[in-house]
Design a protein around this ligand. Structure first.
Ligand code: PLP
Length: 398
């Protein structure tokens, strides 16, 4: 089968040649962790090798310029300023630092939606116990996205935080984060976006979104190493936020009883980190920017639409994705087959997927009566031939 989508703006053959994993697996678990391209491997492994021969601190000093450039790359990726970027070891770590910095008190209202990531929801439950704030769900539109008109009608001066997950982890949907931003703007509430599944697969522009805080992972659609992530903190909101922890990186110890926070978003970081994986993250961002996020998004949309269409044509298969705009994440069940067994069987045959579980997506899956779904997530380096092969593998097991 010819790869008609590859005639678009991405040289798929080159993308695959730069991705060693393509020779080994049919990887449809990009929403778990994508296959790293060679420049990411080189940047990460290169630093580990320098650490081995130079010493960890000496190798860090040697690469200080390149490490600083990672902040520029991330800022460019999301149209922010480098002072608004902090680097972390994962998306949740970044998100927690932002969330727990928001001052909340009894009677304050927090608005969120059914697609909010599980960990974020658990954090909300904890903060409600501790502060007495209220959690309110903005209703979904019939198509699944957050209903922005309903959200606008819920806003008042007691709403201190609006939390939205951009791309849902368990149903393929893309939330209208820019529309939400327009509604929230001027309301006084802080706007926190979980972009864990969207960064690297969709163009992200924090100015257009109008968010104050945005957290994302490096290992997923950005194709960075595991254990990487970042946070965007809008500069003019810094003074309103209190980082939940402090150390000698986040602040300067100015006298025995005094300190001064760093003036930039790095006040949310702490000192120790992996330089190797940070350099890998920078290489991943540069790699994505090299292809162009518009081109990446276009190809992922084409491949995932084709995958949904092929799966829906198989008897016994049900695709469970929602939303008018959909992402590279495709969720489905096969009648009479356990999702876990299906995933394991596919993996034995060199096909990577994962399982979306109710325990990790209760707000979304419980109302739909879903317990387990297979999640197949495509990236621009996947091919139409792989989509075809995947559909045949499912058909053979349906
Ligand atoms: C929407 C969303 N947010 C946050 C996370 C957590 O990211 P991390 O594991 O990097 O902390 C995930 C992980 O799958 C996710 O899908």
């Amino acid at each position: 089968m010819s790869d008609t989508l590859s005639a678009a703006r991405i040289d798929v053959a080159q993308a695959r040649a730069l991705t060693p994993g393509c020779a080994h697996v049919l990887h449809f678990n990009n929403a778990g962790a994508a296959l790293m391209p060679q420049p990411v491997l080189d940047a990460t492994i290169g630093q580990l090798q320098r650490e081995a021969v130079m010493g960890g601190y000496e190798a860090a000093a040697h690469m200080a310029g390149a490490t600083e450039a990672v902040y520029d790359s991330v800022a460019r990726l999301i149209n922010a300023h480098r002072d608004e970027i902090a680097l972390f070891e994962g998306s949740s770590q970044a998100w927690h630092k932002a969330f727990h910095a928001v001052p909340l008190a009894k009677g304050d209202r927090v608005l969120t939606a059914s697609t909010e990531y599980s960990t974020n929801w658990l954090s909300l439950l904890r903060i409600r116990e501790r502060t007495g704030c209220t959690i309110e769900m903005v209703p979904d539109r019939p198509s699944g996205e957050v209903d922005v008109d309903a959200l606008a009608a819920m806003l008042d001066e007691r709403v201190k935080l609006v939390m939205i997950t951009h791309v849902a982890t368990s149903n393929g949907m893309v939330n209208p984060v820019e529309e939400v931003g327009r509604a929230v703007r001027g309301s006084g509430a802080l706007y926190l976006v979980d972009a864990c599944q969207s960064v690297g697969q969709l163009p992200i522009d924090v100015a257009r979104i109008g968010c104050d805080l945005l957290a994302a992972a490096g290992r997923k659609y950005l194709r960075g190493p595991r254990g990487t992530g970042f946070l965007f903190v809008r500069k003019d909101r810094l003074a309103q936020l209190e980082p939940p922890v402090i150390d000698i990186h986040a602040a300067q110890w100015t006298g025995r009883d005094t300190y001064a926070w760093r003036p930039d978003a790095r006040r949310f970081e702490t000192l120790e980190h992996s330089v190797a994986t940070r350099l890998g993250l920078g290489a991943a961002v540069d790699h994505a920017l090299g292809w162009g996020l518009e081109a990446i998004a276009e190809r992922i949309a084409g491949l995932s639409a084709g995958l949904r269409e092929r799966l829906e044509a198989i008897g016994g298969v049900r695709v469970h994705d929602r939303g008018r705009q959909r992402s590279g994440i495709v969720t489905f069940t096969v009648a009479g087959r356990s999702a876990d067994e299906l995933m394991a069987d596919l993996r034995r045959h060199g096909i990577n997927t994962t399982v979306s579980r109710i325990e990790a997506a209760r707000l979304d899956m419980e109302p739909r009566g879903l317990e387990r779904m297979v999640r197949a997530s495509v990236h621009y380096y996947n091919t139409e031939e792989e989509v075809e092969r995947f559909a045949e593998a499912i058909a053979a097991r349906a």
